[in-house]
Design a protein around this ligand. Structure first.
Ligand code: PMP
Length: 442
């Protein structure tokens, strides 16, 4: 592509002016890593308010799944908006029912499923927690260290990817016990199979401190997201499924980040063929419109009595129209693109890793890819400062990235990203790595 990415010193004058206004009126709690001020976007490209062009490999934290301003999503939103902007979930309408039908069709439960609609990931998780307690009559839960499930008091009780997320907010919802997530790269347990070790650990917990008969559900990300794009060993999710079945515990997969095509399958759990009882969705489901869902086996969800759970905006016609268009686009081709371009991307990153000893591991599925940065002297020691510097230098070079975990650069571009865009991003990443290694962190 001939157009230069960056025309001004970053942040440019217009960006600086807006950031100064924002600092007076918007909460400082948002974890903003670098000063990108959006003007507009198209596909994988975005422009800032000073006319600088960037490739967006963060996609609104894996949200802009169909790329920025996909014409089919925009048309669906416009079409719905022209009819009515809102009617509460006290009533029925085509977009809401249509979304429920789509989710029931693609849900990986292996049996009929129903959906509760909401606006965000955290609300989907809250709904899952409530349904699990309601149908089991049990109150305890197992969650995972490094997990991220949201920031409201129920989901926050499970969230443990960074201490800053919980600090100052205790006590959250009681009853949640965290166990280690199986991490093959940084194993906590002895032995070759971290998945087996974690399952044994949970069994030990059941015997010694958390009676299985009191556990409503195990809540797990099939691929851990904020915790570092950690892919569990084969057999782990199946092992969890068996453990749950043995004890009448529900298995909840949080697919808020990994779902709706991100990993090259509609749901990450499908890489291992394991069916959850309940699944949570948001992020990529609406291409950027705030829509989430708690999808559950029909035989569970149908136990909810009228009025047991609800909300004002669930099933909003605009957000549901965006989700319907998104699911249609993902099914119509973006899923395949995520798998093939994702494989190409991983190959390019592995090539890079061969030349950069600071890249400890490249992992992921589809377009949910992590690049673990490590100190050169000990290949598995997290290189946090280097990771931050790479992300910052990438911004200055025209590539939007985010980090996660201890020192993981994560790549989550739109699902329709092209091979050329991936190659362009690799070139920008290489420059950014060189600059960061040369000590240029800002
Ligand atoms: N679950 C997972 C797996 C997530 O990655 C996130 C967001 N990063 C959430 C839940 C919370 O979603 P939201 O920010 O929309 O509440």
């Amino acid at each position: 592509m001939s157009e230069p990415h960056i025309r001004t010193e970053l942040p440019g004058p217009n960006a600086r002016a807006l950031i100064a206004r924002d600092a007076e009126v918007i909460s400082p709690s948002y974890p903003r890593d670098y000063p990108f001020v959006m003007s507009h976007g198209r596909g994988t490209e975005v422009w800032d308010v000073d006319g600088n062009r960037f490739l967006d490999f963060a996609a609104g934290i894996a949200v802009c799944s169909t790329g920025h301003a996909h014409p089919q999503v925009v048309a669906a939103v416009q079409g719905a908006a022209e009819k009515f902007l809102h009617i509460s979930s006290d009533y029925w309408h085509e977009q809401m029912t249509g979304l429920g039908e789509r989710l029931a069709r693609i849900a990986p439960m292996g049996e009929p499923a129903m959906s509760f609609l909401c606006q965000s990931g955290t609300e989907a998780v809250e709904a899952a927690i409530k349904l699990a307690r309601y149908v089991t009559g049990r109150s305890r839960f197992i969650g995972f260290l490094g997990g991220f499930h949201g920031r409201t008091m129920g989901s926050l009780a499970f969230t443990s990817s960074k201490y800053t997320q919980q600090k100052g907010f205790f006590a959250t919802m009681p009853g949640v016990v965290h166990v280690p997530y199986p991490d093959p790269y940084r194993p906590l347990f002895a032995g070759d199979n971290q998945g087996v070790a974690v399952l044994d650990y949970i069994r030990m917990l059941f015997e010694r401190s958390v009676p299985a008969s009191e556990v409503a559900a195990i809540l797990v990300e099939p691929i851990q997201g904020e915790g570092g794009y950690v892919v569990p060993p084969d057999g782990f999710l199946a092992g969890l499924r068996a453990l749950c079945d043995e004890h009448g515990i529900l298995l909840i997969f949080d697919e808020v980040q990994s779902g709706i095509g991100r990993t090259g399958r509609m749901f990450a759990s499908q890489h291992w063929g394991v069916a959850p009882d309940i699944m949570t969705l948001a992020k990529g489901m609406g291409s950027g419109l705030p829509v989430g869902a708690m999808v559950a086996k029909k035989r569970l969800m149908s136990q909810w009595k009228r009025g047991a759970h609800g909300n004002t905006y669930g099933g909003n016609p605009i957000t549901c129209a965006a989700a319907n268009a998104t699911i249609d686009l993902v099914e119509a081709g973006m899923l395949g693109n995520a798998a093939t371009v994702g494989a190409h991307f991983v190959n390019r990153l592995v090539d890079l890793a061969n030349n950069y000893p600071c890249i400890g591991e490249v992992r992921g599925k589809g377009l949910m890819i992590g690049m673990e940065l490590v100190e050169a002297d000990d290949e598995r020691t997290p290189a946090r400062a280097l990771c931050d510097a790479v992300v910052t230098r990438a911004f200055h070079n025209g590539l939007l990235l985010l980090s996660c975990g201890a020192s993981t650069v994560r790549f989550m571009p739109p699902l329709n990203v092209s091979r050329d865009e991936v190659d362009e991003a690799i070139a920008l990443l290489r420059i950014s790595l060189d600059e960061a290694l040369a000590g240029r962190g800002s």
